[in-house]
Design a protein around this ligand. Structure first.
Ligand code: LLP
Length: 409
C-alpha cells in the first residue's frame, strides 16, 4: 500500500510535511507556492526501484517528465539513476540539462515534429516510441539524412479499457495512441521500413491514475504476445507509467502487486529489459500546494474560504474533478464545512467542496496534498496571474528556492 498520509501529520495542532512545519513558511515566501520534499521524492523513487529488483526484473525507470519537470527535482532523480520519458523537445532539453544520459531517454507522443525528431536523433536517445506509420517514415528519412542508426519501439494499442478518468485513459482503439498489434506485425515484417531505423522494443501505456490492475495485466500479456509474433529479437519492453496513488483513501495498488503483474504479463516474452515510465507514483506525494486565506464568505448555508491559489496554479480538481486532501496549517476542534475556492472567475475554480476545516482567517496557510504530479507542470498564466514559486525541503529540513516566480508577458 502506498504510504498515504504518513508524511503529513499535526504536531501541537500545527501541520508538518515530513517533519517540516508548514507555518514556518508564513511571511517568508509569497503564496501560492509548491513545496516539495526531497526525502519523500527519494523514498518513492527507491521504493519503485527496489520493488523492481525484488521482483527480479531487469528494469530502467524513465521518469515521466510531464508529471513534474522541475530541474532540481530531476537532478535529484538522476542521482538515483533515473532516465526520462519525454514528449517534447522542451522536455528533452530539460532532461539533458538535468544530466540524464541520452541513452536513458525514451521519446513518447503522437505528435513529434521533424525538428523534435532531429533533436532526439542528434542527442542519441535510447528510443523513439513510435505511434504511427507516418511518424516511422519521418524518423527513417531523418535517420538517413543524418546517416545515423536510430532505435525505435512501437507503442501498442492493446484495445483495453483502463478504469480511470476518461481524459486520461489511453489504451482503447478509439484513442489516438499507439498502433494495433496486426499493424505492428505487418510493418515489422516489411523490410522497406528497416535500414537506418531498427526495431528494438515495444511499449504500452493504457492510462494514468490506474487503481485496478486487471486491464494492465491484459495489456502486458498482449504486449508479450505481440513481441513473440515479431521477426526481430527485441532489446526491451516498455510498460509505460500509470500506477495510481492514494488521493482519497487507499485506492492505489501496492508496488509489489504492480511488479508481480508486470512479471506475470510479460512472462511469455521473457524480455531482456523492462522500461518503466512512472510519473505520478514517484512525485505526487512529494509535493504540496501551499496557499493563503484571502477571506471568508458565506451565502446562506454555503461557506467559502477564498484562497490565493487558483485553478491556474493547480488545475486537477477543475479539469478532472479530482479529489485532493486539504489540510489547514493550524488545526483546531472548531471545524466548519467549507468550499475552498480560488480567485479565478470560473465556478470550476474550486479545490474542494464541503471540507471540514478549522475556522481560518486572512493570511492563514492551507496545504493541498499530493500535488507534486501534474501540479506545476499544468500551471498557466490564466487571468494574467503569475505562476507559483517552487520550494524544496532539503535533506537537512531547510528550504531551498528551486524556481523563482516566473513573470508573464
Ligand atoms: N508514459 C506515457 C506514454 C504517458 O502518456 C504518461 C502520462 C506517463 C508515462 C506517465 O503516467 P503516470 O505514471 O504519471 O500516470 N494530467 C493528468 C495525467 C495525464 C497523464 C498523461 N500521460 C492528471 O493530472 O491526472
Amino acid at each position: 500500500m502506498e504510504k498515504r498520509t504518513s508524511f503529513v501529520n499535526y504536531i501541537d495542532n500545527e501541520l508538518h510535511f515530513n517533519g517540516f512545519k508548514i507555518n514556518d513558511l508564513k511571511g517568508k515566501y509569497q503564496t501560492p507556492l509548491y513545496l516539495y520534499s526531497k526525502n519523500v521524492l527519494k523514498e518513492n523513487y527507491l521504493e519503485f526501484d527496489q520493488a523492481m529488483q525484488e521482483a527480479g526484473i531487469n528494469g530502467q525507470i524513465c521518469f515521466a517528465l510531464k508529471s513534474n519537470p522541475n530541474l532540481a527535482l530531476l537532478k535529484g532523480l538522476k542521482e538515483l539513476g533515473a532516465g526520462a520519458d519525454i514528449v517534447s523537445g522542451g522536455e528533452l532539453e530539460r532532461a539533458l540539462n538535468a544530466g540524464i544520459p541520452a541513452d536513458k531517454i525514451v521519446f513518447s507522443g503522437v505528435g513529434k515534429t521533424a525538428s523534435e525528431i532531429d533533436y532526439g536523433i542528434q542527442s542519441g536517445i535510447y528510443s523513439f516510441n513510435v505511434e504511427s506509420l507516418e511518424e516511422l517514415d519521418l524518423i527513417k528519412a531523418r535517420a538517413e539524412h543524418f546517416n545515423k542508426e536510430v532505435a525505435v519501439a512501437f507503442r501498442l494499442n492493446p484495445k483495453v479499457k483502463a478504469m480511470t478518468h476518461k481524459h486520461i485513459s489511453t489504451g482503447f482503439k478509439t484513442h489516438k495512441f499507439g498502433l494495433l498489434a496486426q499493424d505492428i506485425i505487418e510493418i515489422a515484417n516489411n523490410s522497406d521500413y528497416w535500414g537506418n531505423v531498427q526495431l528494438k522494443g515495444l511499449s504500452v501505456h493504457i492510462g494514468s491514475q490506474l487503481t485496478e490492475l486487471e486491464a494492465s495485466l491484459e495489456a502486458f500479456k498482449k504486449l508479450a504476445d505481440c513481441a513473440n509474433a515479431l521477426p526481430q529479437e527485441l532489446d526491451f519492453l516498455d510498460v509505460g507509467g500509470g500506477l495510481g496513488v492514494n488521493y482519497a483513501g487507499d485506492e492505489a495498488p501496492g508496488i509489489m502487486d504492480y511488479m508481480n503483474i508486470v512479471k506475470e504479463g510479460l512472462k511469455s516474452a521473457n524480455p531482456k529489459k523492462v522500461v518503466f515510465e512512472p510519473g505520478r507514483r514517484i512525485v505526487a506525494q512529494s509535493g504540496m500546494l501551499i496557499t493563503s486565506v484571502i477571506r471568508n464568505k458565506s451565502s446562506e448555508e454555503c461557506n467559502f474560504l477564498i484562497v490565493d491559489g487558483g485553478m491556474n496554479d493547480f488545475v486537477r480538481p477543475s479539469l478532472y474533478g479530482a479529489f485532493h486532501e486539504i489540510y489547514e496549517g493550524t488545526t483546531s476542534t472548531n471545524k466548519i464545512k467549507t468550499d475552498i475556492v480560488g480567485p479565478i472567475c470560473e465556478t470550476a475554480d474550486c479545490f474542494g467542496e464541503s471540507r471540514n476545516l478549522a475556522k481560518m482567517h486572512m493570511g492563514d496557510l492551507l496545504a493541498i496534498s499530493h500535488t507534486g504530479a501534474y501540479g506545476y507542470s499544468m500551471a498557466s498564466h490564466y487571468n494574467l496571474r503569475k505562476k507559483p514559486i517552487e520550494l524544496l525541503i532539503n535533506e537537512d529540513n531547510k528550504i531551498e528556492v528551486i524556481n523563482e516566480q516566473i513573470g508573464y508577458e
